[in-house]
Design a protein around this ligand. Structure first.
Ligand code: PAZ
Length: 374
């Protein structure tokens, strides 16, 4: 419908609406697989609760924004899902059960080591027995990579045996929002033992289905003008309604490093969750900044006293953990950088990943959160 895209038309595509989370879910349709996904999460969470495991929801990869109902074109973003897939592996290693909610076809824990063009899987295999004339040809791991492949495979099989990884997929920002709400609500039964690690790169803008062209947008009328609506800020209802006492970690991505800390602080103040991890697009694999509320350690409870539901003291500068470099700034947020050294010029295939340290820091904070020490 070319008329839909005429900038001078009065079609609602040119009116901008502000959606609250409530009005969003009241007007945008749930993905068809949602009920089935919820049932699978319910069963997974019950198994992990019985096994006494902490559970982390890891979101990973980018979301698309379709421009048509019969979608031919969509907006997308850069995220490959490296942060999420890598972090999920370290959480599993730390004994967590993981709900890995990722963009379809983005990187996944374990298989990420041998995917796409960086490490094509076939390059790690060798043909055995070829040309020996005995009629048998086998496939084996290339000798140079045997040890690495075995380590990944062993970890992967261990996780499969333990049943501690559950995978869900999304494509559009709408799929993501519906899934995030449903999974958060299911996971909230674990209260403080649940962590939410929101590393997905979620679009800030979308086209409500009521404003979408049904069929492929036609060319021939000059330039294309589309006004998008703002995606509702769901961290607030996530903190206040969908989760109960869960430990929530959000990521903030910027390309202007002057904005990184102010925006991360603002997010922390606005939504009141536990940690914002700031990262710059170009340096995100080498450094991140933790922004969290300054807290005073709680005094020990008098004998027989009830544990408080939550504590709110915001007073003193928290002492930085050894891996973190604290940045002395006034205000209610503690800011500390986590950096890893650039890879040494070595032939080793074992490269240090910043997610290992990010996850170690969060596991430590989460343990304190569970015991109400923070
Ligand atoms: O997926 P990736 O490893 O390529 O990138 C990770 C990231 C930069 C998307 C993530 O660390 C992040 O900042 N996520 C939140 C982005 C945002 O909505 O601000």
């Amino acid at each position: 419908m070319p008329g839909d895209l005429d900038p001078s038309s009065t079609h609602p595509m040119h009116q901008s609406t502000s959606f609250s989370a409530e009005s969003y879910f009241a007007t945008q349709s749930a993905p068809p697989s949602l009920e089935q996904d919820i049932a699978s999460v319910q069963a997974f969470v019950a198994r992990q609760a019985a096994a006494n495991r902490n559970v982390v929801l890891v979101t990973s990869g980018g979301t698309t924004v379709p421009l048509e109902l019969n979608v031919v074109r969509f907006l997308d973003n850069f995220s490959a899902g490296t942060r999420g897939a890598t972090s999920a592996e370290y959480f599993l290693k730390a004994g967590y059960a993981v709900i890995f909610m990722h963009r379809q076809f983005s990187l996944q824990p374990f298989s990420r080591h041998y995917s796409h063009s960086t490490n094509p899987f076939l390059d790690f295999l060798a043909v055995e027995g070829e040309g020996e004339g005995n009629g048998t040809v086998g496939i084996t791991a290339d000798k140079r990579t045997d040890a690495d492949l075995l380590a990944v495979l062993t970890a992967y099989k261990g996780v499969q045996m333990a049943g501690s990884l559950h995978t869900l997929t999304f494509v559009t920002v709408n799929d993501y929002l519906w899934l995030l709400r449903a999974v958060s609500q299911e996971l909230s039964v674990l209260r403080r033992r649940a962590m939410y690690y929101l590393a997905a790169a979620v679009s800030d803008f979308f086209l409500p289905r009521q404003k979408m062209s049904e069929h492929k947008i036609q060319s021939g009328k000059g330039s294309l003008h589309i006004e998008m609506d703002q995606v509702p800020k769901v961290l607030k209802p996530m903190v206040e309604e969908w989760t109960r006492d869960g430990f929530i970690v959000s990521f903030k991505l910027e390309t202007d490093d002057q904005l990184l800390i102010p925006k991360a602080r603002a997010a922390l103040e606005r939504y009141g969750h536990q940690v914002v991890i700031g990262n710059d697009l170009h340096t995100r694999k080498m450094q991140v900044v933790f922004v969290e509320r300054k807290r005073k350690p709680l005094p020990p409870l008098p004998p027989g006293a009830e544990e408080p539901e939550s504590e709110e003291a915001v007073v003193e500068v928290k002492e930085a953990a050894p891996a973190l470099e604290a940045e002395g700034q006034p205000g209610t947020a503690a800011v500390s950088w986590l950096r890893i050294a650039p890879p040494a010029a070595t032939t080793s295939t074992q490269v240090k990943e910043i997610e290992e340290d990010i996850v170690a820091e969060l596991v430590r904070r989460h343990a304190a959160w569970i015991t109400h020490d923070r």
